[in-house]
Design a protein around this ligand. Structure first.
Ligand code: HEC
Ligand code: HEC
Length: 353
């Protein structure tokens, strides 16, 4: 991690050479003199997507609060590598911080709390066991509207962007919200959920919130490789049914050469690589046609089949349109997989060198 950090830090520093700003020296670089222009990196990461940064830095925030600001930015599309993330967070916490012991607002550069420095006390700390319990409440009461990853559907809000959830701590805001009355999937009154259920939900939702930021507690490289390789392998070939689509010897051969954080990220949130989404259209009195979607709306549907032929239909009640999403299994996996399974799988995948 440290090595990679240095290399990337040097690279970023070189790329940003000449840009004015505060020179920041991460504490991890005690042995090597790596100077990173933290302010320039901060501006690069935040500049285009976060016009609010200037406004945000007016008021000092604790490290945890800056983490919240940053995860929100990332959930809204700001791009940062793990290294940039750490540098920016440190820059903000150091120069615009109010952590106890972190000094005053304009603390001199170079006196940082370290890239993986102490977290702050006002952060919601996710209890993974509670989050696992919360996941099943979520699956019975909330998932249909707010989605598997709490990012919302056309029926419910994206909770990753919910100010209320970001300021919630252990149900402090969610409880009164649900007490007032909110739809539930099963139809039970939302105020009949117990305090424990709401706390569990809060843990689950916070786990999703922190999921959006790499370098978070669950994407902390130090916590990623804690699983059991043998049990991961057993899950892969057994209950997880991974082996029905993947093979350690072919498509996932060498996958373990990725860094563990990326292994986890790519496994939990895969992108289609070899297999693409297709649709199958079946007219009332015709044969089914499958191909890559070209156009789908309420009125028309069009696709291109494997031979390159274009087909289009007017949509009617009798025209059947089915999406074949190769990642459907992975989407469903997010609801089912426990943290233990996840860590075991990551530990196993990491051995596929
Ligand atoms: C029938 C669909 C539906 C279900 C089921 C549902 N929600 Fe919602 N939820 C919504 C909609 C729509 C909104 C946005 C409007 C609003 O605030 O009421 C919302 C808003 C919210 C917000 C507030 C976001 C904000 O910052 O304003 C939270 C928190 C929330 N839901 C949590 C939950 C939880 C937890 C459950 C399960 C116990 C749940 N919801 C079940 C549709 C739903
Ligand atoms: C129904 C088929 C299916 C099942 C079952 C399945 N996956 Fe996948 N998986 C895919 C598809 C499709 C992709 C996207 C990559 C592609 O298009 O080849 C993917 C991507 C991945 C990736 C990322 C690969 C990369 O190159 O980034 C990993 C890792 C992975 N799956 C692991 C698993 C594990 C572990 C399980 C079991 C818990 C599992 N998958 C179950 C279909 C499946």
């Amino acid at each position: 991690m440290t090595k990679r950090f240095h290399r990337l830090a040097l690279l970023s520093a070189a790329l940003l050479l000449g840009a004015a700003g505060i020179v920041y020296q991460p504490q991890v670089a005690a042995t090597a003199l790596v100077q990173v222009d933290a302010k320039a990196i901060t501006q690069k990461v935040c500049g285009s997507s976060c016009h609010a940064l200037e406004r945000a830095t007016v008021s000092p925030r604790s490290r945890a609060q800056w983490e919240d600001v940053m995860s929100k930015m990332i959930s809204m599309g700001a791009k940062a590598t793990d290294e940039e993330y750490a540098i920016v967070l440190n820059y903000l916490a150091t120069n615009h911080g109010r952590d106890a012991g972190a000094g005053t607002v304009n603390r001199p550069a170079g006196k940082s709390v370290g890239v993986l420095g102490a977290g702050a006390n006002d952060k919601h700390i996710v209890d993974n066991a509670a989050a696992d319990r919360g996941r099943s409440v979520w699956a019975t009461q909330c998932i249909g509207c707010h989605g598997t990853t709490a990012r919302g559907t056309d029926k419910g809000a994206n909770l990753i962007r919910s100010d209320m959830m970001w300021s919630d701590r252990y149900g402090s805001d969610l409880m009164p919200f649900l007490q007032k009355g909110h739809p539930t999937q099963s139809g039970v009154a939302s105020n009949s959920l117990s305090k424990t259920q709401v706390e569990d939900l809060s843990h689950f939702i916070h786990q999703r919130l922190y999921d959006t930021l790499r370098g978070s507690p669950i994407f902390n490289p130090q916590n990623v490789l804690t699983g059991n390789v043998k049990e991961g392998e057993a899950y892969f070939n057994g209950a997880g049914k991974c082996a029905t689509c993947h093979s350690a010897k072919s498509d996932l051969a060498g996958f373990g050469r990725n860094n563990p954080v990326n292994i986890q990220q790519r496994f939990m949130f895969p992108r289609p690589r070899t297999k693409k989404l297709t649709i199958t259209v079946t007219p009332a009195n015709g044969a089914a046609v499958t191909g890559a979607p070209v156009h789908i709306d309420d009125f028309d549907v069009a696709l291109r089949d494997d031979n390159g032929n274009y087909h289009s239909w007017k949509r009617t009640a009798s025209l059947k349109v089915v999406k074949n999403d190769p990642l459907q299994t992975h989407v469903e996996l997010l609801d089912k997989i426990t943290d233990k399974n996840m860590h075991d799988i990551v530990a196993y995948l990491e051995t596929l060198k």
